[in-house]
Design a protein around this ligand. Sequence first.
Ligand code: GLC
Length: 430
Amino acid sequence: MPKSSQKTGGDTAWFTHDRFGMFIHWGIYASAARHEWVKNRERLTDEHYSRYFDHFDPDLYDPAAWAREARNAGMKYFVVTSKHHDGFCLWDSALTDYKAPNTPAARDLLKPMVEAFRSEGLKTGFYHSLIDWHHPEFPVDGLHPRRDDADFRNANKDRDINKYVEYLHGQTRELLSSLGRIDVMWFDFSYSGSDWGWSKGKGKDDWQSEKLIELVRSLQPHIVLNDRLEIGGDIRTPEQYQPREWLTVDGKPVVWEACQTFSGSWGYYRDEYTWKSVDMLVQMLIDTVSKGGNLLLNVGPNARGEFDPRAVERLRGMGEWMRLHSRSIYGCTASGFTPPPDCRYTQNGRRLYLHLFAWPFKHVHLDGLAGKVEYAQLLNDASEIAMREIDPHAQVQNTTMSGSAGTLTLEIPVRKPPVAVPVIELFLKG
Ligand code: GLC
């Protein structure tokens, strides 16, 4: 069984055990309701964008309800946007006026969230944007909403990134010293490889990443740090795709977390309809763990402070599956055995979990497992699954099946159990 051999500073033991977290993208872009990049995409001015700040009034915000949904879905940690690229801050930062307490919300929205999720037993993480399209000292580049406005660019050509970095580091200090133990720090993102001719992207030298990491580690030494500062980090973070195999760096398996959306947008998007089905989402979680990774699944609450009903339906569907099957997820990782087509294995010591994405007629053939399994059962109802090892040389009749050496054949019911993805729990011999 592969194991991550990456050596980093943070405590990833709980992380690789828990496997499933909730991402939350929430800010004033929820009012625009058409993607968290709306300011960039539509090249909006600060003046125009201020309408969302002036009208942000999440009157139905109930963080305890959010936390319950996350816990019931089987999620064990959450990562929320303290600030996204638009620069808006959810907490009562002393370093800016551009924050929730100054909107009609009139209060710190982050602290009660952290408290609510903690009391449901979830660990806490912050997504914090390195990019800032509001800060007056953030140099205008090719991603900035005003990139095409030559007058604006010219009038702002003397912006000083060092002043912005002071703010970035200062806010990081605030976040990591005023809210107790923080388990994950998720900075986003570096793009030093981009070049627009008149401007270049930003990366570790701009953010002073090394110094920033030192600060983070000094305040929360155990924290799990992501990889978007352009220097190391504890976890790799593939976004909106499922890796084909366990992620490696320099040929070595690393700790990783796929981040995924329900519908393609991170922020609340009213008119987006490419919502994934519960079945697809459950498969995504299994697929991730079968390759040794975590899944961070995103919710984009609306501007009244509620989860989209489409998200709630999916969270509950996943929760239903997790209620019966979480032991094929928590504490599990990739298996050294190769599964049959349309199946995934996860493994936790002597327990091997076979996940069937498609339900075949009567038989599942597990190569390499003959003689190795002491007992098999369906996980959803703990009902026995009969096993056969067929002698490859035996004479067979038309109504019996021939086998091949080394293969264990499971006899499964004709009817698929009524769950999104059936799981067969195989107890390996000691
Ligand atoms: C990206 C996007 C962003 C989203 C994030 C999540 O880098 O800029 O909007 O927050 O990824 O991984």
